[in-house]
Design a protein around this ligand. Structure first.
Ligand SMILES: [Zn+2]
Length: 487
């Protein structure tokens, strides 16, 4: 690695408002000590833990570093059963499908940005050409083809090693012979994650009396052909011809799916924390630095749990009458700075502003409530004339949503967004109203309590949503100024 060039580029990160100079230094220091595999497909959350950095800051730094070409940002779709990487693309647009199929597990995987979409960063070949050979051996194949964030249970690992029959790379244009003894009345699969395809080798239950012909299998970028072969028990010989431009890893295994599915259910894998697609979309640095013009116009990806925060100001037009145009304009700009700082600090992003209001999104309800409390504190701590005229009103709701392309900008759509806006509409100045899903989410009550916020339960019919909902009015108990009438 050209350490000097690399260090210079890392230093330039501090010119981004998203990167503190000291954090950028620590980041650069940590990267310099990594070997080639360490610079391959980095999980920023694990990187932060290993190097004693704040995980949000580490994510911001990797995003800024990708913006200046130090790293390549990749969206990986992970099979939740085997951890196989079913798709790895530089843009969200290429994930614009409802389902992906895992040829290894023979299951369909829906695209859910919360769970199965992993964001990783690999050092750019323009900065450092690594010596990694992904086609060196089974270990390099596994590191390259499976996410390190999914850890199968010991029971599953034992079962899988019992199913393993053969593995080999097949170079472009070459043939590779695979031979094994097939047991009667079984299913074997010849599969490759590189072409995400498999051939079912169905072994009948007849006695071992008929010889199997040699089977020719062609691998192309469209997958294998044929996809299913009927065979007798006993000796099986397969010639695999790779017509792809790069090597492919081919494995054969006994596909006892009923047993494997049962083990997966009873002893599910565990996931190490990683930067999800949802977290990236709720990251202000990513939204600001990566323009998303290449979003497919029909983009519609599911988010299982999104926290939406809406704000508004009490009678903002009256502020202009009270304190004059100049002062009012400045107050409202200062208020936006406070909102943005609070959103960023708590791993959220401003999706859009509407007049004096914002719509922000968070991956977790507790981040949303922390940002809301910070916003209230920030407004209270503003100095100068007229600050008391600013009455901030906040509402939050959590639920599923769809990501959509709205004029080249990534927006959220769905009932969760509508409800969040309606919940905000219930708030008076200096009140944070939250729906039940936010109120009951992990860490929210504790955070309200720790910040001396009291709450009051209400049952309301939300306008335009047409359903009765339990909502909670939250208000700081430390502030005892008299209520100001609504303007
Ligand atoms: Zn799989």
């Amino acid at each position: 690695m050209d350490k000097k060039l690399f260090q210079e580029r890392v230093k330039s990160l501090s010119s981004f408002s998203y990167a503190r100079a000291e954090a950028a230094d620590a980041f650069g220091e940590a990267l310099m000590n990594l070997d080639d595999w360490g610079l391959y497909r980095i999980n920023p959350i694990r990187f932060a833990k290993d190097h004693d950095l704040d995980p949000n800051e580490a994510a911001d730094l990797f995003i800024c570093a990708s913006r200046i070409g130090l790293f390549d940002l990749t969206w990986n779709l992970i099979c939740p059963a085997c951890g196989g990487i079913l798709s790895a693309t530089p843009s969200i647009s290429q994930l614009n499908r409802e389902l992906f199929h895992c040829a290894l597990c023979n299951i369909d995987v829906p695209i859910i940005l919360d769970d199965y979409v992993e964001i990783t960063f690999t050092v750019s070949p323009n900065v450092h050409e690594t010596d990694i050979n992904l086609y060196e051996n089974l270990d390099s194949f596994q590191r390259a083809s499976f996410s390190e964030n999914l850890k199968p249970s010991k029971r599953m690992r034992d079962a899988l090693s019992g199913c393993h029959v053969a593995f080999s790379f097949v170079n472009p244009g070459e043939y590779q012979t695979f031979e094994f003894q097939a047991k009667p009345d079984t299913l074997y699969r010849l599969a490759s994650v590189h072409v995400n395809s498999a051939v079912s080798l169905c072994i009948d239950s007849s006695e071992k009396n008929s010889e199997n012909p040699a089977i020719h299998v062609h691998a192309s970028q469209e997958g294998f052909s044929p996809q299913e072969v009927q065979l007798h028990p006993g000796q099986v010989t397969l010639y695999v011809h790779n017509t792809c431009p790069s090597p492919i890893g081919v494995m054969i295994f006994l596909a006892d799916y009923p047993v494997l599915y049962k083990i997966e259910k009873e002893s599910p894998p565990t996931w190490a924390p990683f930067l999800t697609g949802k977290m990236l979309l709720n990251n202000q640095a990513f939204r600001s630095l990566f323009k998303m013009q290449d979003l497919a116009t029909n983009l519609k990806l599911s988010v299982r749990s999104l926290t939406m925060l809406f704000t508004d100001l009490r009678g903002s037009t009256e502020i202009y009458d009270t304190v004059g145009d100049m002062r009012a304009y400045q107050l409202i700009q200062d208020h936006f700075t406070i909102l943005e700082t609070s959103v960023r600090k708590h791993a959220g992003a401003i999706v859009k502003t509407m007049g004096d209001a914002i719509m922000a999104s968070f991956s977790e309800p507790r981040n949303g409530i922390m940002a809301a409390i910070d916003m209230m504190d920030g407004i209270r701590n503003m100095t100068g004339d007229g600050k008391d005229e600013l009455g901030l009103k906040i509402g939050l709701h959590e639920g599923p949503a769809l990501t959509v392309n709205n004029d080249g900008r990534l927006d959220y759509f769905g009932q969760t967004v509508n409800i969040a806006a309606r919940v905000q509409g219930l708030a008076q100045a200096e009140e944070i109203w939250v729906s039940e899903s936010v109120f009951n989410a992990d860490g929210v009550k504790t955070h309200l309590l720790d910040n001396s916020y009291g709450h009051e339960a209400h049952s309301v019919v939300l306008k335009g949503v047409g359903q009765r909902a339990n909502v909670y009015k939250c208000r700081s108990l430390t502030k005892t100024e008299p209520e100001q009438p609504e303007l």
